[in-house]
Design a binder for this molecule. Structure first.
Ligand code: ZN
Length: 198
């Protein structure tokens, strides 16, 4: 897309490199920003800078965090005997948004995929196993219902079984092949409440 200004042109190029933003949306956003109040743009730029500078991974659950340990892991009101295993922080956010789950999480950083060369060492599986102690009552595996998500769930369940810790899998309701982050709250709540032993 050709713009009358080089700086706008650069902004459009950067924006169109973001996930889910095509050339047209990038141009619309860039023109909006060009015309927006300077203070509003500054707030946006500052918050992007802050994320880029400060964000790290929680050293317990591996979700994004401003501190070494995230707000959920360090919250005394959360039930530390339950760990929900998710593929990424967007899935974690989807579960947080329904407000039903009071335990803690573990973010794997993806799912097993031999095709893409993602094996157990590429995911935070060792780190999950290191968290499992006598104090853990249940591990809820909430990976996606794609082939990769199911393979990951089975793999982790097998590792945990000998430890005599209850392992459950979120129930159907999450469509086969569907991404958890795109599932509506009611379906997600049903999937959590209907989880089954595996
Ligand atoms: Zn955490």
């Amino acid at each position: 897309m050709i713009s009358s200004s080089e700086s706008l042109q650069n902004l459009i190029r950067e924006l169109s490199g973001l996930p889910g933003i095509g050339n047209k949306s990038a141009a619309r956003l860039a023109y909006y920003l060009a015309d927006a109040p300077k203070e509003k743009v500054k707030l946006l730029v500052d918050s992007i800078n802050k994320v880029s500078k400060n964000i790290k991974r929680c050293k317990v659950c591996f979700t994004f965090s401003d501190d070494d340990v995230c707000g959920i892991c360090s919250d005394d009101r959360r039930d530390k005997t339950k760990i929900m295993v998710v593929e990424n922080e967007r899935d974690m956010l989807a579960y947080e948004n329904i407000g039903e789950y009071k335990g803690v999480y573990h973010v794997l950083g993806g799912a097993l995929s031999p095709l893409l060369g993602i094996g157990p060492n590429e995911l935070k599986i060792k780190e999950l196993m290191a968290r499992l102690s006598d104090n853990i009552d249940e591990v809820i595996i909430a990976t996606n219902s794609s082939i990769e998500g199911e393979t990951t769930a089975t793999y982790i369940a097998k590792l945990i079984k000998p430890l005599n810790i209850k392992v459950t899998r979120i129930a159907s309701g999450v469509p086969v092949g569907g991404d958890i982050e795109n599932v509506d709250d009611v379906t997600l709540m049903r999937a959590y409440n209907g989880r089954q032993m595996i």
